[in-house]
Design a protein. Structure first.
Length: 428
């Protein structure tokens, strides 16, 4: 159903089209046309010179007679400006943003009446969010004990290990540097390059371990990726078997440093006990962050169940921004260029999906913050910016400051909305 509005000078019919597009069909009356003609005549006269008159001082009657076409064309532009501003106030419809594109078409115009059509994008209409419909599922906190602390120490030892190449068939507990390519595409797609794996059940997929044992540096192998037997059934169903090519670049053994106070000092601690306490603190922090991240993921998934239309231009801008960020990495750009057209199309689809989710979350969270009057203070914004930039903000370029402010504000808006949902949801 179209909405209709009118005042003494215009009549407006509002048509709401898909993807947040608005079409305004406007009938403008004589008073608007007279104003537009007057403004057009003044605009044209500024650039006209005639013998006997100073520039800009030529009588209107002469200008109207000799430059009627220029005045008529300028009148359409002036009329569009006058009419749109009136229609904008009358209908109370907001533009998408300050940079929104507005197109207009003057269908008919005479001395007494004109018909015009305007098209532009508006902000999306957000459905009412009910936090009571969200049930927070209990999240499992990663265990932090001696086993996890010792494994973290072991990984630190590997970082400082001495790596010795070996010239013999691969065996249990060796380390191998591999290239892996998917043979499901033409040409093959590089999955990873010169990546180190430990030949150990917990460290490498069983199908890969089985084809590697007994081979040696320089061998090129082919096989099919398979899910491990102990994978959850849900993950097994999602697993896609792929034919692959594995190139063995190097086989190595690792000599680990002694686990003593000297090693502890090398990694920034005074002694072994202090190192273990520091690692335990870090692992507990990571475990807490994992729980919070799981909660946020649940909340976002809930918010994204609310479906509503989004402006196409905004989605396209966000998609292009995300794609450009990816391609700014030389490695990612090279991988992109090596993809087939179908692979690039699939990647574009994934980027668009991410863009849609990001834009949807922004509008939903902004609506929640506005409706529930959840304040965001200048101090909160400054603290958020400080997490990313260590340079005093007053020393930064204004454009950079504006960008940092926008990003910080968006993060806080989302965080406030997520907290509101969490504080008012149903606990499982």
């Amino acid at each position: 159903m179209n909405d209709k509005f009118k005042n003494d000078e215009i009549e407006v019919t509002v048509k709401r089209l898909p993807n947040c597009k608005i079409e305004l069909d406007v009938i403008a009356k004589k008073s608007c046309i007279d104003k537009a003609k007057d403004k057009a005549t003044k605009a044209v006269s500024k650039n006209i010179s005639m013998p006997g008159f100073r520039k800009g001082k030529v009588p209107k009657e002469l200008i109207s007679k000799q430059h009627s076409h220029s005045i008529f064309e300028q009148s359409k532009k002036e009329l569009a400006d006058i009419v749109f501003m009136q229609a904008f106030k009358l209908t109370n419809i907001s533009l998408l943003n300050n940079n929104s594109s507005i197109t207009f078409d003057v269908q008919n115009i005479d001395d007494n009446q004109a018909t015009l059509t305007f098209k532009f994008e508006t902000e999306p209409t957000i459905p009412e969010i009910d936090p009571k419909k969200f049930t927070l599922k209990e999240t499992e906190r990663p265990e932090v004990g001696d086993t996890q602390i010792n494994e973290a120490i072991r990984q630190m030892q590997f970082f400082h290990a001495t790596w010795n190449p070996v010239d013999r068939p691969i065996q249990e507990n060796d380390y191998v540097l591999l290239d892996l390519e998917s043979l499901e595409t033409t040409p093959p797609t590089k999955v990873f390059s010169n990546t180190r794996f430990e030949i150990k059940d917990k460290s490498i997929a069983k199908w890969m371990k089985n084809i590697l044992l007994g081979t040696k540096t320089g061998d090129i192998l082919e096989g099919t990726s398979e899910p491990d037997d102990d994978l959850p059934e849900e993950e097994k169903k999602k697993f896609e078997k792929r034919k692959v090519k594995v190139t063995i670049n190097k086989v190595e053994e690792a000599t680990l440093p002694e686990l003593d106070d000297e090693f502890a000092k090398k990694v920034g601690a005074q002694n072994i006990d202090e190192m273990k306490k520091s690692i335990a603190k870090l692992l507990n922090k990571q475990a807490d962050e994992k729980v919070e991240k799981d909660k946020v993921h649940q909340i976002n998934e809930f918010l994204l169940t609310y479906d509503f239309e989004l402006p196409v231009s905004l989605l396209e801008t966000e998609k292009n921004y995300r794609k450009q960020n990816i391609l700014n990495s030389p490695k990612a750009k090279k991988e992109w260029e090596s993809m087939t057209k179908d692979q690039q199309k699939e990647a574009e689809t994934n980027i668009l999906k991410q863009a849609k989710e990001a834009v949807s979350l922004f509008y939903i969270s902004r609506d929640i913050v506005k409706e529930k009057k959840l304040d965001i203070t200048k101090d909160e914004i400054a603290t958020e910016i400080a997490k990313e930039v260590h340079t005093p903000i007053e020393k930064l370029d204004q454009k950079i400051k504006d960008e940092l402010f926008a990003v910080a504000f968006s993060r806080l808006v989302l965080a406030k909305a997520q907290k509101y949902i969490l504080d008012n949801c149903t606990q499982s």
